[in-house]
Structures are given as structure tokens and as C-alpha cells.
Design a binder for this molecule. Structure first.
Ligand code: 9MR
Length: 554
């Protein structure tokens, strides 16, 4: 039917247009727009893991998945037990359903996951080394190859969870059968199957700067130096409000970014001990907001994927008894405070909170040692509506002040300070909309003199060995002196013909057969009698059973 200029339909349309123009402000992202609109305006993705069954069966699930998110991850459908349940028998039905959904909704897909110790069929785990390596390479080649020409699939978790929480390589069947080399081989196979896909290493409990995240940092750094194609690091970010927020998350993302890799939050959820209540919801919302803000603050952070979106479908209650409500919609698809937090953080300057928090009080120092101090200050308040998100603590240094740490509380413990040094510090408060307060007045303290003497010892234990290599873990470094030390250097000798292939929790350099190991920023400080550990891996001529000797520590 054509619509003539004089028809009542035309008049109605014109009126509707005027009404819409009145109701909808112009500009790139209206405050109430979906998450993906705001994320796109910031150059980031906002993603969700999708489960196959509700995607096929529930309209409400499908609609929110399509409307709110710009990137999707298959929660299970791309894992090995789904895609290659028996050797050489590939099944892409579940994976294709998610990829097709994403294509229809103009979303990107992050492939999860190619090589993992879970959800991998028994037939893989029982293979000999040679057969396992070629099964791994074939799996990667077939799965990545299946989507290589599909522009919807842009990235892959090539290896998942290869470290344990102490920062040692996980003694999975992969590692036990193939040694560390399976990791580099997996990345090379993925690059060969799709030269354009972004290739990631992914893990959990790596949000803060700790032994595990440092082990990944060292591995990624060493793989990239060897030309292994690692493009990106995924931080799963399964958090719990009862364990506290990792305040150094942004700093940690930044140190990885400095390696030249993309970083991304891959599996965000924030669980609580049930039942839910308003206070827990509010705390949870702060965690979500802090994660999104950390990603927004780091240019190399590509985006944030939430591990699901509705509490109706979440892995949490099945795994952590008595815990749940970890996502941004409740079981009835109603938005929770955590949704608003993600939304407002992504919307940034487009929200209605233009008011920065009040200026924090002057930081005052206590418990000052040669390398640490605790600071407290009078808390800020935020009246703009987005709420206080946290504090940044800086050292005044003139042109570029050093960020010493971040905290959600009005106190912080500073470590890694230099002895006999005056510190002038100030604090800034941030709110949920990204507004920053004025700097507090300067607080001043001076660290005490460093240790006058003292000594340290080191000893290494061979943890596992095979014909052509071995892992030394732990090398235990102990402060045997009477005062604290702020750094250590361990040397030892590799037998002739042995070469270092990896290390963690220390920086190792090799000259001839002499290896020098220096502490990292987080494990240099040792009180008298305190110990820390690092580890390394060596390859050796087959059958040569000598091991390193002559550990000295200074
Ligand atoms: O959410 C996934 C759950 O449905 C599966 O049962 C579980 C089995 O291993 O895997 C869950 O997803 C995990 C992800 O693949 C890797 N990081 C941890 C996730 C939660 O366990």
C-alpha cells in the first residue's frame, strides 16, 4: 500500500517521528542503550558465554544474548569432548549453532578451548607421546580450520589452565606425556590453521599479581621471544565477594600489556554465599564495576566476557555448594545491580553522574619498615549516584607520579619500597562513572635502613624427570640472616649439554652453563628465616641423568 501525503497514516507517522525525536536524545550512546552499544563506543567488546540448550529453547535467553552482547563464547560446545568425541570423528553441531547465532546478530565469537585437561575424552589421555602430539595438532587444525574462513570467529583460547595455583606447570596428562613443549606446539598449530585468528592463553586466579600470574607472564614473555605466536592473555576472573577484590588487577593487566599482547577478561562472574541480599548485591556490583573499569583503563584490554548472563544458567551452584547469584540477570531475566554497574561503567561519561567523589584525607603512615608501610586516610564520599569505586595511591615524583597501588578501602599496605627513602604520597578517589577526585594533601614517611648484613641459601629439588628433560621445583631461597632482605640472586651450574627451557617466579639468565636467577618484584622481600621458591625446566641429551649443582645465594 502506498501512503499519500494527505493520508491519516502519514500524519500519524510524522507525529510518531516527532515524539521519537523528543524522547530519544541524539548522540552515540543513549544512557539506557544496551551494554554492547556503550562498549562499542569505548572500543571494547562486551561478551557472554552461551549455553546450547537455552539458546535453542528460550526466547528470553536468545533475545538478551542478541541484544546486550557483542561477543560470545561457547560455554561448552567448542570443547574437545563436544567437537571430537572419538578420534577423527568431528561434530560441529553445537559449535555451529552458536557461531550461526552470532553471525545473525552481528557478534564475534571467541573460540574456547582447544587444549585443556578437562572435558577431553579418555581416548586422548591414553595416547603415547607421539600419538598424543599428532592428535593435538590434528584437533587444532580441524577445529580452527573449520572456522578459519568464517569472519565471525576471531580468536581462540589455544591452551587453558596450564599452571597450578603455585605457578608450577600443571601436571596434567598433556604435561606428563609431552613436557612443556605441547604449549608452543599448540600455538604453532593454531597459527598454521588460521593465520588471522588471535591466539590466547587463558587461566583463572590470575587477576592479581601473584605466583600464578607471574608464571604466565614469564611463559608468555619467553614464548614470544622464541617466536611462538601468543597474541593474547585471558584472565578468567571468577571472583567471590567473600574473598575480596584483587586491587592490583589493573596494574597486572598493564604489565601484560607491556609484553605487547592483547589482554581480555574472559569468564567474569562474581559469586556470593547464598542467600542473596541487597548488601551482597551492592558489593557484587562494585566488583563488576571495578573489573570493567580496569579493562577500560588499559588500552590493550579488548573487552570483558561474562561467564553466562542469567543466574538461571551458571556453573557456580554446581561447583561451589551454597554459593551462586554470580551473574548480572536473576533467574527471571531481571537486571540486577551488577547489570547497572556494568552498564554505567561502560557508559562512562554518558551517565548522569558528573560529580567526582570528595577529596580523600591526608594519608598517614604506620608500620614503616625498610621496604613496607601501611597507609590510612579519611574516606571520600560520592554523591553523584554511581558510587565510590576505589582509591589510587601515588608517589609524588614531579612530572610522572608513580602509582603505588589501588584499594577499594580507605587503607593500603605498600610493599617493595626502597630502604632509607623518603616517600611523599597522595590519594585520589574514583567513582563508578570514572570521575576522579582532587588529590589529597601529601603524606610523608621515610623507610628504615636496610639490612646491614645477613645471608641467604638456596637449594633445588628435581620434581619430575623424563629421558630428555626435567623440572626443578622448588628451588627454595631462605633468608638465613638476622635482618630482612629486599632482593636475592641465586646462581647454579647446569651439567654440560643441558639447556634451560623455561622458568617461573624468578628471572633467569644463562651464561655458558652458569644460570643466574634474580627475584621478581613480588618475591624479593624476605624477613629473617622466611623463604620463597622458584622453578625451572631443562632439556638434556637423552639418558644423561646429571642434575644441576652448586647453588649459591647472595
Ligand atoms: O561453565 C562450564 C561448565 O558448564 C562445565 O560443566 C565446566 C566443566 O569443566 O566448565 C565450565 O567452564 C569452565 C571453563 O571452560 C574454563 N574455566 C572455568 C570454567 C568454570 O568451571
Amino acid at each position: 500500500m502506498s501512503v499519500h501525503s494527505s493520508s491519516p497514516v502519514r500524519v500519524l507517522l510524522a507525529l510518531a517521528g516527532m515524539l521519537a525525536a523528543f524522547l530519544l536524545p541524539t548522540g552515540p550512546a543513549h544512557a539506557s542503550a544496551p551494554l554492547r552499544t556503550h562498549a562499542a563506543a569505548k572500543g571494547k567488546f562486551i561478551g557472554a558465554a552461551l549455553a546450547t540448550s537455552p539458546l535453542a529453547n528460550e526466547t528470553a535467553y536468545r533475545n538478551l544474548a542478541a541484544t546486550e552482547f557483542s561477543q560470545v563464547t561457547a560455554e561448552n560446545a567448542m570443547k574437545w569432548d563436544s567437537t571430537e568425541p572419538s578420534q577423527g570423528q568431528f561434530n560441529f553441531s553445537g559449535a555451529d549453532a552458536i557461531v550461526n547465532f552470532a553471525t545473525q546478530n552481528n557478534q564475534q565469537v571467541h573460540g574456547h578451548t582447544l587444549v585443556w585437561h578437562n572435558q577431553t575424552p579418555g581416548w586422548v589421555q591414553g595416547l603415547s607421546a607421539t600419538a598424543m602430539r599428532s592428535a593435538m595438532q590434528n584437533h587444532i587444525s580441524q577445529v580452527v580450520g573449520h572456522y578459519a574462513s568464517n569472519p565471525t570467529v576471531v580468536s581462540w583460547d589455544v591452551v587453558n589452565e596450564v599452571f597450578d595455583d603455585s605457578g608450577n606447570l600443571r601436571t596434567s596428562f598433556w604435561y606428563n606425556t609431552l613436557g612443556q613443549s605441547y604449549i608452543a606446539d599448540a600455538f604453532r598449530a593454531a597459527r598454521a590453521a588460521d593465520p588471522d585468528a588471535r591466539l590466547c592463553i587463558n587461566d583463572y586466579n590470575t587477576e592479581g599479581i601473584n605466583a600464578k600470574s607471574t608464571a604466565i607472564y614469564n611463559l608468555v614473555s619467553s614464548l614470544r621471544q622464541q617466536g611462538v605466536p601468543v597474541d593474547c592473555v585471558g584472565f578468567q576472573t571468577h571472583l567471590a565477594i567473600q574473598y575480596g577484590f584483587p586491587n592490583d588487577f589493573q596494574q597486572n593487566l598493564q604489565r601484560f600489556a607491556a609484553l605487547g599482547v592483547q589482554v581480555r577478561i574472559t569468564e567474569l562472574d562474581v559469586r556470593m554465599v547464598m542467600p542473596r541480599d541487597a548488601t551482597k548485591d551492592a558489593t557484587q556490583a562494585t566488583y563488576y564495576r571495578n573489573v570493567v573499569n580496569a579493562c577500560l583503563a588499559v588500552t590493550a584490554c579488548a573487552g570483558v566476557t561474562i561467564w553466562g548472563f542469567t543466574d538461571k544458567y551458571s556453573w557456580v551452584p554446581d561447583t561451589f555448594s551454597g554459593q551462586g547469584a554470580a551473574l548480572i540477570y536473576d533467574e527471571n531475566y531481571q537486571q540486577k545491580p551488577s547489570y547497572t554497574a556494568v552498564h554505567d561503567a561502560l557508559a562512562g561519561g554518558t551517565t548522569t553522574d558528573p560529580t567526582p567523589p570528595t577529596t580523600p584525607g591526608t594519608p598517614s603512615a604506620g608500620n614503616v619498615t625498610s621496604n613496607s608501610a601501611s597507609l590510612t586516610w579519611t574516606a571520600s564520599t560520592d554523591s553523584g549516584g554511581s558510587g565510590l569505586a576505589g582509591y589510587d595511591v601515588y608517589r609524588e615524583q614531579g612530572a610522572t607520579d608513580q602509582l603505588l597501588g589501588q584499594s577499594t578501602a580507605n587503607s593500603i599496605s605498600l610493599t617493595g619500597l626502597s630502604p632509607s627513602t623518603q616517600y611523599q604520597v597522595y590519594v585520589r578517589a574514583r567513582d563508578g562513572a570514572g570521575n576522579v577526585s582532587a588529590n589529597s594533601a601529601l603524606g610523608t614517611f621515610t623507610t628504615t635502613a636496610g639490612p646491614g648484613g645477613g645471608g641467604c641459601t638456596a637449594a633445588g629439588t628435581v620434581q619430575t624427570q623424563w629421558a630428555t628433560g626435567y623440572v626443578v621445583q622448588p628451588v627454595t631461597v631462605t633468608n638465613t640472616g638476622t635482618s630482612a632482605i629486599t632482593g636475592w640472586t641465586v646462581t647454579f651450574t647446569l651439567p654440560a649439554g643441558h639447556t634451560l627451557t623455561g622458568s617461573w617466579n624468578a628471572t633467569l639468565t644463562v651464561s655458558g652453563q652458569t644460570v643466574t636467577a634474580k627475584n621478581l618484584a613480588y618475591n624479593g622481600n624476605l624477613a629473617p628465616n622466611a623463604s620463597t621458591t622458584f622453578g625451572y625446566q631443562v632439556s638434556r641429551p637423552s639418558g644423561n641423568t646429571q642434575t644441576p649443582s652448586g647453588y649459591t645465594c647472595a
